[in-house]
Design a binder for this molecule. Sequence first.
Ligand SMILES: NC(=O)c1ccc[n+]([C@@H]2O[C@H](COP(=O)([O-])OP(=O)(O)OC[C@H]3O[C@@H](n4cnc5c(N)ncnc54)[C@H](O)[C@@H]3O)[C@@H](O)[C@H]2O)c1
Length: 430
Amino acid sequence: MKTHSVRHHESGRQLLILGCQGRPSCRTKFKTFFPILRLKTTASNISAVTATVASSIGAESYGVFKLSYDVRNEDQELLQKVWKRTIRVAISGAAGNISSHLLFMLASGGVFGMDQPVSFQLLGSERSRLKLEGVAMELEDSLYPLLREVRIGTDSRVMFRDADWVILLGAHPRTPGMTRAELLDINGQIFQEQGRALDEVASVDCKVLVVGNPCNTNALICMENAPRLPRANFHALMRLDENRAKCQLALRAGRFYTSLSRVAVWGNHSTTQVPDFLNARIAGVPAVDVIGDEGWFREEFTPTVANRGGAITERCRRSSAASTAVSIADALKSLVTPTPEGDCFSSAVCTDGNPYGIAEGLIFSMPCQSRADGRYEVVDNFMIDEWLDEKIMASEEELLKERACVSHLIPNAPPAACEITQDTMLPGEI
Ligand SMILES: NC(=O)c1ccc[n+]([C@@H]2O[C@H](COP(=O)([O-])OP(=O)(O)OC[C@H]3O[C@@H](n4cnc5c(N)ncnc54)[C@H](O)[C@@H]3O)[C@@H](O)[C@H]2O)c1
């Protein structure tokens, strides 16, 4: 099944419809959605309409999305309202667990704003096609006024076209017996292909957030295969790790999490990640002074945060999905709202020109600030002591090794031997 949008011929509004493939019940639905097209809705002319619809995709859309809405009877106030340009969000792995939370947060206006229309371009795998159809139907039934269009498909070159945001969730899960090096290769191939697709069809301003694991190296592969897009547009999700660090600090200090600031997590989204307690503040006071127990920070806080995903997976028998979706929403919000003065957010971004001497050409989590326009700057005034430096270097070393293992997926990279000796677990794994 396909989802299509059609531009209303009078108002320029876009309407959404789930494609019928000729089913009689669906043809009735089609009639309801397209009264203005005055079509005799047979299976054959539905495909003719579909072709017309496909050619209208990519145009800007304005107006109110409402199923079986008749513009002639529309509330004049709504008609006259000037809507923001619809934001196009492409999401891969859209039939998966994280997506089942994320899509509904995005469609409700909780991320981009209650006055910001959104449209979805949902990419699934062949295997998840039917489930993707179900997801689109659930979105339909949710009647979100800000959701203007939903498209589903399995071709990244179609789904990434004209997207403003691309959230890459789809990845192969690590199966029993699979080494981290094998996972890097299998998923690396997915992200090589998606990087190429982005290079061909994505808007040059689009921001890409990679979530599928191993997310830092997947983001690196994606970025290197999309040279037309600025390298600064690529992120790998580390916000979940930051949120987990904040939760542990708040619990230990007995303070509400809103009192926390400058909590960064450095490095790789693996157990080598470095939750930074040295620069963290609680109500503006250094967290180390408020908690006053250095042993706790090193021996409990750091491993607890790094292994939190595993602890959740052990209990739920699947990796965290709802809290991951929340952290994706937080990560996106951080880029479209100004970072409060003196605060930061964690995102794994390209290390080119970074102020901390981390090897260039990696996707590495660092403290960032945003001016609300989708772009960020790396915060350059974090203190690094010997302990932190050593930990950051270990995570950097791991990412250098990961990069060497996927050199065959990076254009123009010199061939390198894969030397991942330690089979580091990902936070979501048991
Ligand atoms: N970075 C983080 O903080 C973080 C946290 C949790 C999970 N993750 C990772 O996020 C990913 C998604 O997690 P989930 O729980 O939603 O997994 P899931 O298995 O429920 O969903 C993944 C979906 O992706 C689809 N898929 C696979 N290959 C695809 C491709 N090439 N194109 C499009 N779709 C494809 C699958 O069919 C599946 O529907 C996993 O890799 C997981 O390890 C990352």
